[in-house]
Design a protein around this ligand. Structure first.
Ligand code: GLV
Ligand code: MN
Ligand code: MN
Ligand code: MN
Length: 409
């Protein structure tokens, strides 16, 4: 089933020239993926719900009766992203439910598959939009007013997609259905490669944020304006990029300018405005904030914070339980038939610098955990992101075992 589902969505939103994915929230590709999710839910007789913030939930059992165990991830991508970041967790979620159903397992509590809306924030700038709105850490007025690169507000985009932007906001009823959340995700580094393990679990997520730097100057002719007469905002921007690198080289924090808007954007004009987005992350919140403060002062730009995610430390009891259950499931797959269950070592626990909806839910007090699947190159947010099919299947087996364990009583 995993391979069949993977094959059904692999082409959606793929740029055939680069092999990268363009799955912005609410784009035609995203809408097709959401429709695919609905069909997968229907095919299994799951109860499909879309919440006020556009997150999708497919339930086996009724979560109004008792909070359930939820697994899933997201289907949107960064621009020119890989196939696995997000969809691997959703496809594996359905595949894990299939494994449980095939062996006749009856969950003692409701079991759900979730698809969070706009996890990457590629379109409107704020990552984990669906889970931030759901948990109330993002003001719905601010969300409605965010604009995409074409100048369309999120409110307009939602209206066009047939959704009610007035409905956005904290949703205690939906949140109350989630007793535990487990997100499976491709690893976005080489931690599991170093450990020689196909599957691991998350320990912590680094605190991280995004800031917009506006460098203002004066647009002018590129040929006729003498150097001394120019007010070129590209120069302080360039110095700021180099300074960010120097500050990061002190260690502990990574800083990236990955998105740039140059206005008016003529090859033959000195620009009038350079807007650049800084992403900064590290193990220590104070160090991240200190780097951003120092860079802000150095740049001379107007700087606005776009999003901030505090450090996440996943529930240690849940994490350790998952690490052991996953290890046992993997050991059973390789054991000779009939072999006794020997002692197994829990799968590795990894810290990550990548943000996830599981982190937002954890911060909101929902017991949450993550299962990582090995990425042989560690490359992510790139068309080269990869996971071997055999590791994806191991991930499904580990996830199924974890869900079975959590749904025993
Ligand atoms: C999202 O994947 C992020 O960590 O930026
Ligand atoms: Mn991502
Ligand atoms: Mn992701
Ligand atoms: Mn992410």
């Amino acid at each position: 089933m995993f391979d069949e589902m993977w094959g059904a969505i692999e082409h959606l939103g793929r740029d055939d020239r680069t092999r990268g994915y363009l799955r912005d929230a609410w784009s035609p590709a995203d809408l097709e993926l959401r429709e695919w999710f609905r069909q997968e839910a229907a095919r299994r007789g799951l109860d499909l719900r879309e919440d006020r913030n556009g997150n999708l939930w497919a339930w086996w059992g009724d979560p109004s009766a008792r909070p359930g165990v939820v697994t899933g991830s997201h289907l949107d991508s960064v621009r020119q992203g890989g196939a696995f970041d997000g969809p691997l967790g959703v496809v594996s979620a359905f595949a894990a439910l299939d494994e449980l159903a095939a062996k006749g397992f009856e969950p003692a509590r409701p079991l759900g598959v979730a698809c969070f809306t706009d996890e990457e924030g590629a379109r409107f700038g704020v990552p984990c939009m669906g889970s931030r709105l759901l948990t109330g850490v993002l003001d719905p007025d601010r969300a409605r007013g965010l604009t995409d690169d074409g100048g369309d507000s999120m409110a307009e985009v939602l209206r066009r997609a047939g959704r009610d932007p007035g409905a956005l906001g904290r949703d205690d009823e939906t949140l109350g259905h989630v007793g535990v959340f487990v997100e499976l995700h491709v690893e976005q580094g080489r931690g599991l490669v170093h450990e020689g393990a196909p599957v691991g679990v998350a320990g912590t997520i680094w605190p991280h944020g995004r800031w917009r730097f506006d460098f203002r100057g004066r647009a002018d002719h590129a040929g006729t304006t003498r150097l001394e007469d120019r007010d070129d905002p590209m120069l302080p921007f360039a110095r700021t990029v180099l300074r960010a690198r120097e500050l990061a080289e002190r260690g502990g924090v990574v800083a990236t300018f990955g998105k740039l808007r140059v206005s008016p954007g003529n090859a033959n004009a000195v620009p009038g405005l350079v807007s650049a987005w800084l992403d900064a992350r590290g193990g220590d919140e104070a160090a991240v904030r200190a780097l951003v403060a120092e860079l802000t002062a150095f740049s001379g730009a107007e700087v606005a914070g776009e999003s901030w995610t505090p450090a996440v430390c996943f529930d240690a009891v849940l994490r350790d339980r998952l690490a052991l259950v996953a290890a046992r499931a993997l050991a059973r797959r390789t054991a000779a038939p009939g072999a006794a269950d020997g002692a197994v070592t829990p799968v590795p626990v990894l810290a990550t610098g990548a943000g996830h909806d599981a982190g937002i839910l954890a911060a909101a007090g929902v017991p949450s955990a993550m299962v990582f699947v090995r990425n042989p190159t560690g490359i992510s947010h790139s068309p080269e992101e990869h996971a071997e099919a055999s590791d994806c299947h191991r991930g499904v087996a580990a996830l199924a075992a974890v869900l079975e364990d959590l749904c025993q009583s």
